[in-house]
Write a protein that binds this ligand. Structure first.
Ligand SMILES: *Cc1c(COP(=O)(O)O)cnc(C)c1O
Length: 382
C-alpha cells in the first residue's frame, strides 16, 4: 500500500487513515460473490461505525447487524433499510428492545428464553409482532483466541442444543413473537474454511431436528467471522469471498425458499484502515531498544486485549532492519504493539503505520488517561 506521505507530513498524529479505494474494492467483491449465490450480507457495525464507511455500505445495498440500540439508530440514520437490520447480543436492555421495535427491524437474534419473554412482553405493549431468530450454540470450536470464540457450550452466547425443545414449546405461548430464523455465529478471525465446513454440517443437523418438529425457518443466518491476513496486509487485501461463499453453497443445505444471511464485519473493513503514529522516543533497555509511539492502546486495543498481531512499518526510514519493541505511551505494560519488530533504523519523528486497523480499531478506542480522540482521514478527501 502506498501512503500519501506528502499529505501526512502536516497532520498531527496519531490518526486513522482509511483507503477508500481498498474499501470499495473489498465491498464490491463481497457483494458480487454473495449476489451470485443469492446470499445476503449484513455488515456488523461493531467492527467500524464511521459515518462515511456506513454510508458507503448502505449505498451498496448491505444490510446491518447491530449489537446495541445506538447501533440500530445509527444504521437507520445511515440509510440501511429497517428490514435489513438485525439485532444480536446476550444482554439487550428493555430500552434497546423498544428502540428496535420502534424501528421495525428485520429480526431479533435471541440468545435466551428470558430474553424472548421480555421481547414478547414489550412487543405486546407496543402492539407489534417481533420477528425473531434463535441463536443456537452449535458447539463448533473456532480455534481462535479464547476471547473471540463464541460457539462453544461453555460460553455466554446462544442457546444450547439441549434447550431447543423448551424454546419451541415456549414460543407457542409467546404470541407476539414470530420465529423467522435460525442464527449461528461461532467466532471471529477464522481463516480455516474447514471450521466453516464444520458449522455447515452442524446447521444441517439442526435443520433436520427443526424439520422433525415441523419448523422450517425462512432465514438461516451463519453470522460472521471470516478472517483477514494480518501478517501480509498487502498480499491479498481483498479476502477470498468466493471461496468463503462457495463453501456454504457446497455444504449447507437450504430448504426451498430459505434465504441465507451472513454478518460479516472484519473481512469487509480491516484491511482498509491504518493507524498512523510518530515516534516520540527511542529508548535503550537492557537487551532491547524501545520505540515509544504517540499512539497506544487507547487508539488500538487489540494487541493489549488479545495479544493480536498487527504489521508495523516505518514510513520515514529505510536501511538494514533492526529489532525494536514498539510500545505506546500509556502506563500499562500491555500497551505494546509488538516485540522484536524488524524496522529500519528508527528515530524520533519517524512516521509509523500500524496496519489492518479498519476493524475493531477506532471503534474500541478510549480516552483513558484523558487522551484526545484520534481523528480519521480518508484517502478520497485528503
Ligand atoms: C461480532 C459479530 C459479528 C461479526 O464478526 P466478524 O468476525 O467481524 O465478522 C457477526 N455476528 C455477531 C453475532 C457478532 O457478535
Amino acid at each position: 500500500m502506498t501512503f500519501p506521505l506528502d499529505k501526512f507530513g502536516s497532520l498531527p498524529t496519531p490518526f486513522f487513515y482509511y483507503d477508500m479505494e481498498r474499501l470499495q474494492a473489498t465491498l464490491e467483491e463481497a457483494n458480487k460473490q454473495a449476489e451470485r449465490l443469492g446470499y445476503h450480507i449484513h455488515y456488523a457495525l461493531k467492527a467500524n461505525s464511521n459515518d462515511k464507511i456506513l454510508r458507503t455500505m448502505s449505498r451498496m445495498g448491505y444490510g446491518a447487524d447491530c449489537v446495541s440500540g445506538n447501533e440500530i439508530k445509527k444504521a437507520a440514520e445511515s440509510g440501511f433499510p429497517a428490514r435489513s437490520i438485525f439485532f444480536a447480543g446476550v444482554g439487550k436492555s428493555d430500552s434497546e428492545i423498544i428502540t428496535a421495535l420502534e424501528h421495525n427491524i428485520g429480526c431479533f437474534n435471541c440468545e435466551s428464553i428470558p430474553e424472548m419473554e421480555v421481547i414478547n412482553a414489550l412487543a405486546g405493549r407496543y402492539g407489534k409482532k417481533a420477528h425473531v431468530a434463535i441463536r443456537i450454540n452449535p458447539n463448533v470450536d473456532a480455534h481462535t483466541h479464547h476471547y473471540i470464540t463464541t460457539g462453544l457450550e461453555e460460553n455466554k452466547f446462544g442457546i444450547n442444543a439441549w434447550e431447543l425443545e423448551e424454546v419451541i414449546t415456549r414460543l407457542h405461548h409467546l404470541s407476539n413473537l414470530e420465529l423467522k430464523g435460525l442464527h449461528f455465529h461461532i467466532g471471529s478471525q477464522i481463516t480455516d474454511l474447514e471450521i466453516f465446513k464444520g458449522l455447515c454440517l452442524r446447521v444441517n443437523e439442526f435443520q433436520e431436528w427443526f424439520y422433525d418438529h415441523k419448523i422450517i425457518a425462512d432465514m438461516i443466518n451463519v453470522g460472521g467471522g471470516w478472517g483477514v491476513d494480518y501478517q501480509n496486509p498487502d498480499r491479498q487485501y481483498v479476502p477470498d469471498f468466493e471461496a468463503f461463499f462457495c463453501l456454504f453453497k457446497e455444504f449447507l443445505h437450504l430448504r426451498p425458499k430459505q434465504s441465507l444471511h451472513f454478518e460479516l464485519g472484519r473481512a469487509l473493513v480491516a484491511q482498509s484502515g491504518n493507524l498512523i503514529s510518530r515516534v516520540l522516543y527511542v529508548k535503550n533497555g537492557v537487551n532491547t531498544r524501545f520505540v515509544i509511539l504517540d499512539a497506544g492502546m487507547t487508539e488500538l486495543l487489540r494487541p493489549a486485549l488479545y495479544q493480536s498481531f498487527h504489521k508495523i512499518e516505518n514510513l520515514s526510514s529505510s536501511g538494514e532492519a533492526e529489532k525494536y519493541h514498539v510500545v505506546g505511551p500509556v502506563c500499562e505494560s500491555s500497551d505494546t504493539f509488538g516485540k522484536a519488530v524488524l524496522l529500519p533504523p528508527t528515530r524520533r519523528g519517524d512516521l509509523i503505520a500500524i496496519r489492518s486497523t479498519g476493524a475493531y480499531g477506532e471503534v474500541m478506542s478510549s480516552q483513558y488517561n484523558l487522551r484526545d480522540k484520534a481523528p480519521a482521514y480518508y484517502s478520497d478527501d485528503l
